[in-house]
Design a protein around this ligand. Structure first.
Ligand code: SAH
Length: 214
C-alpha cells in the first residue's frame, strides 16, 4: 500500500501533537513539512509516522514525533537564532529546527550516522545547518555563544562546557538521569548571570557518551 506522506504527516500533527498540547505554530508547521520518512531506512519508511521511536542503526534511535515537538517547543525557537544540537542521529530534529528558521550547529560522535545525516542535509539543501563529527559534550567552542542548546541523548549531568557556551539570556534543554536509559527533561535558563533549572518531566533517551557524559 502506498501512503500519501503529506496526509499522513497532517494526521500525525493532529493526533500526536495538537491533541497532546503542542501549540507552537512554528513547530507544528515544521513537522507538517519535514519528510520524516526520509530520515529512516527504506524498510522502516511506512512506520516513520507512528507514535514511537525507531532504530537508525548503531543502536541509536530517532525520537518519537511527540518528543521532538515537545523539545522544539520548550526550546522557544525564533528565526535567526543560533542553536547548538548535540546528537545529530538521523538529522530529523536538526531539520525541524532549520525549518523553524534557526541556524543549527549539530554534533554527532558516530561516524556512519554523521555521514548519512550530512548527505541528507546536502540533498535537502539545508544551507542553515552545519555539522561536525566530535564529542558534543565539549560543545562547539569556536562558534559559541549559542542562543539555544538542545541535547538529544541522556547523560548523568549537565555538561559544564554547554552551560559556559550558552549565551545570556539563553536556554538549554537536556535529558539528565542518575542511571542510564531513564531521565528527567531539564530546561536550564541562563539570565543575568544566574542559572536556573526547570523540570519538564520524565523521558527515555539513548546514552550521551563522552567526556561529560557516560
Ligand atoms: N536527534 C536525533 C536523535 C538521535 S539519538 C534524531 O532526530 O534522529 C542520539 C544521538 O546522540 C545518537 O546518534 C548518538 O550517537 C548521539 N550522541 C551520543 N553521545 C554523543 C556525544 N557526546 N556527542 C555527539 N553525539 C552524541
Amino acid at each position: 500500500m502506498r501512503v500519501d506522506p503529506r496526509r499522513t504527516r497532517e494526521r500525525m500533527v493532529r493526533e500526536q501533537l495538537e491533541a497532546r498540547g503542542i501549540t507552537d505554530a512554528a513547530v507544528l508547521s515544521a513537522m507538517r513539512e519535514v519528510p520524516r520518512h526520509e530520515f529512516v531506512e527504506e524498510a522502516l519508511a511506512s512506520k516513520a509516522y507512528l507514535d514511537c521511536p525507531l532504530p537508525i542503526g548503531e543502536h541509536q534511535t530517532i525520537s518519537q514525533p511527540y518528543v521532538v515537538a515537545l523539545m522544539s517547543q520548550a526550546l522557544g525557537v525564533r528565526p535567526g537564532m543560533k542553536i547548538l544540537e548535540i546528537g545529530t542521529g538521523s538529522g530529523y530534529q536538526t531539520t525541524v529546527l532549520a525549518h523553524m528558521g534557526a541556524d543549527v550547529y549539530t554534533v554527532e560522535r558516530i561516524k556512519s550516522l554523521f555521514f548519512t545525516a550530512r548527505q541528507r542535509f546536502l540533498d535537502m539543501r539545508l544551507f542553515n545547518v552545519r555539522c561536525k563529527l566530535d564529542d558534543g559534550t565539549m560543545g562547539w567552542p569556536g562558534e559559541a555563544p549559542f542562543d539555544r542548546i538542545l541535547v538529544t541523548a541522556g547523560g548523568p549531568d549537565v555538561p559544564a562546557p554547554l552551560v559556559d557556551q550558552l549565551d545570556d539570556p539563553g536556554r538549554l534543554i537536556i535529558p539528565v538521569g542518575a542511571s542510564r536509559g531513564r531521565q528527567t527533561l531539564l530546561q536550564v535558563e541562563k539570565m543575568e548571570g544566574r542559572v536556573q533549572q526547570i523540570d519538564l518531566g520524565d523521558v527515555r533517551f539513548v546514552d550521551l557518551v563522552g567526556t561529560h557524559g557516560w
